[in-house]
Ligand binder design. Structure first.
Ligand SMILES: O=C(CO)COP(=O)(O)O
Length: 124
């Protein structure tokens, strides 16, 4: 069944996100993809997948995606955070992860978990 997956990556994780997307393009193309601005732009340009983009994370994109999660419009979140760099919008990042927990939405913060969730969604 077609699901909505949010793809978000911090700057130092964007290459890893693109690699993940390219390796899993066939599976991801079965779903509706949404993303923060820069992550989505890279995926559209380099993986040629259709992606609905929101604002960039630091400009409110995490909050926009969080709002969709709260409205039960997102089925999974793949959020490759940079664990080694402080982000100016840290409260938004925490809020996005929190809203996933509030609404019991699967969230992966590394590609190993994202791959597992993606394969599980295939069976649903
Ligand atoms: O900062 C982000 C998530 O917190 C990601 O935003 P961009 O995809 O626009 O870089």
């Amino acid at each position: 069944m077609k699901k909505t997956i949010a793809l978000i990556a911090h700057d130092r994780k964007k290459d890893e996100m693109l690699k993940f997307v390219l390796e899993n393009k066939e599976l991801l193309s079965c779903h509706t993809l949404i993303a923060t601005a820069t992550t989505g732009k890279i995926i559209k340009e380099h993986a040629a997948l259709e992606v609905t983009t929101y604002l960039s994370g630091p400009l409110g994109g995490d909050q926009q995606i969080g709002a969709r999660i709260a409205c039960h419009e997102v089925d999974a979140v793949f959020f490759l955070r940079d664990p080694l760099t402080a982000q100016p919008h840290e409260p938004d990042i925490t809020a996005l992860l929190r809203v996933c927990d509030v609404h019991n939405i699967p969230v992966a913060t590394n590609v190993a978990s994202a791959g597992l969730i993606l394969r599980c969604l295939k069976g649903e």
